[in-house]
Design a protein around this ligand. Structure first.
Ligand SMILES: Cc1cc2nc3c(=O)[nH]c(=O)nc-3n(C[C@H](O)[C@H](O)[C@H](O)COP(=O)(O)O)c2cc1C
Length: 356
């Protein structure tokens, strides 16, 4: 029986355990460039023993950023610093992953710690956002531009070339960000898609953009490198996207060569009824895994070793992604191994701190 510290092999990549650093925006870039903050922040998780470290949402185009300070992967100059980060992560025996993202109508915001409000397009730190329709996320916000066919093709091309750059930067896992009310989720959720062309209306039409983005990324992402997709498993809203839709979507993604579905939820409407309790999204990972056979990742309010271990032992998910607890304790995996009485390799430099 697998547990939290068991290795997992997906295609040609072996992860030394099931503890994954969930993507976390740092809003600390200038013009999309990674810098020493990202090296130290992500590097700490590698010294702390997590098997897979996924960067924050890296924008595939400048207009796809949530804020002007987001990480980006839309030009070749951005590769060099990322390369330094991936080689440090690998040197610790961890795997480096990148989340490829486009924020759609939820772009053009200020940093959250400065209030996080959306800038209008005429503000020096703002721009005109794009979406399935000219419908803002929140009433009163400037309406986005509805993407036309050429705009949709550009989004696909941007994801594809971002994946190529990610490969050059040394990442071994790519995760397409299809969750949290960002562009791809805006398309597949009936709450934000009122299009009447082949990208709107039926389930097949609404998932089309996510599926096509996945296909173009898979085309350039080596077959033996894992490809993940993060989805919002439910909109938590009457008339919205449901877990049953997610099961159907996951089956399609599996056919398209996606290796793991990272099961998050929500984010597409300002007021959703989200039951924020420990492990509240695990049931989605469990259902999608059981009904489609695809590997899944569980995420959301998973904060301790026992809780995380039970998820893997009970076969509810294949990996556990953690965000806030890892910010509190980047060395969580070392601690978890101790608490679960498992051997884990420590960085030689830290060996004297082992619990004995
Ligand atoms: C500081 C911070 C930044 C985040 N940025 C992202 C992001 O870039 N992409 C994403 O998919 N989720 C993002 N999230 C969501 C987390 O990846 C995770 O799904 C969520 O926090 C729930 O996990 P937790 O309870 O372990 O924190 C962010 C969360 C935090 C706390």
């Amino acid at each position: 029986m697998a547990n939290l510290l068991s290795p997992l092999t997906i295609k040609g990549t072996t992860f030394k355990n099931r503890i994954v650093v969930s993507p976390m925006c740092q809003y600390s870039s200038t013009d999309g460039f990674a810098n020493d903050w990202h090296l130290v922040h992500l590097g700490a998780f590698a010294t702390g023993g997590a098997s897979l470290i996924i960067t924050e949402a890296a924008a595939v185009s400048p207009e796809g950023r949530i804020t002007y300070a987001d990480l980006g992967i839309w030009n070749d100059e951005q590769i060099e610093k990322l390369k330094q980060i991936t080689s440090f992560i690998e040197a610790q025996g961890s795997v480096a992953g990148i989340q490829l993202a486009h924020a759609g109508r939820k772009a053009s915001h200020d940093k959250p710690w400065i209030g996080g409000k959306q800038f209008t397009s005429n503000h020096e730190n703002g721009w005109l956002t794009v979406a399935p329709n000219a419908l803002p996320f929140t009433e009163g916000e400037e309406a986005p531009v509805a993407l036309d066919k050429a705009g949709i093709e550009k989004v696909k091309a941007d994801f594809k070339s971002a994946a190529e750059r990610a490969l050059s930067a040394g990442f071994k896992v790519a995760e397409v960000h299809g969750a949290h009310g960002y562009l791809l989720h805006q398309f597949y959720s009936p709450l934000s898609n009122q299009r009447t062309d082949e990208y709107g209306g039926s389930f097949e039409n609404r998932i089309r953009l996510l599926v096509e983005v996945t296909e173009v990324v898979r085309e350039v992402w080596p077959q033996d490198y894992p490809l993940f997709v993060r989805i919002s498993s439910t909109d938590w809203t009457e008339g919205g996207w449901t877990i049953e839709d997610s099961v159907k979507l996951a089956a399609v993604l599996k056919e398209k060569g996606v290796d793991l579905v990272d099961c998050s939820s929500g984010g597409n409407v300002p007021k959703a009824n989200i039951p924020n309790k420990p492990g509240y999204q695990v049931e989605f990972a469990e259902k999608i895994k059981a009904q489609t056979g695809i590997l899944t990742g569980a995420v959301g309010l998973i904060t301790n070793a026992l809780q995380a271990n039970v998820i893997i032992e009970n076969n509810k998910a294949d990996m556990v992604l953690m965000a806030r607890e890892l910010l509190r304790d980047p060395h969580f995996a070392l601690r978890a191994a101790h608490e679960l009485q498992h051997e884990i390799a420590w960085p030689a430099q830290y060996e004297r701190a082992q619990w004995r």
